[in-house]
Design a protein. Structure first.
Length: 67
């Protein structure tokens, strides 16, 4: 089975400390995107999987690609 996923990848910023977001000044960076998670899962199950997306030409885009 060949599977093609089309969707977005993004950078998710999670506050390191608990409390109101307005007081947060340190964040943990994660790559996120539900469409990509599905394609990763299908690939791990042995299916021929491809993901089609676009990322920015900046540091965050490079972070997504390297992940």
């Amino acid at each position: 089975m060949n599977i093609l996923g089309i969707g977005e990848l993004m950078i998710q910023l999670n506050p390191v400390n608990k409390g109101p977001l307005k007081h947060a000044n340190m964040f943990e960076r994660r790559v996120a995107g539900s469409e990509a998670n599905v394609i990763i899962g299908m690939s791990r199950l042995g299916h021929n999987s491809t993901f089609f997306t676009a990322v920015g030409d900046d540091e965050l885009g490079e972070c997504i690609i390297s992940t």
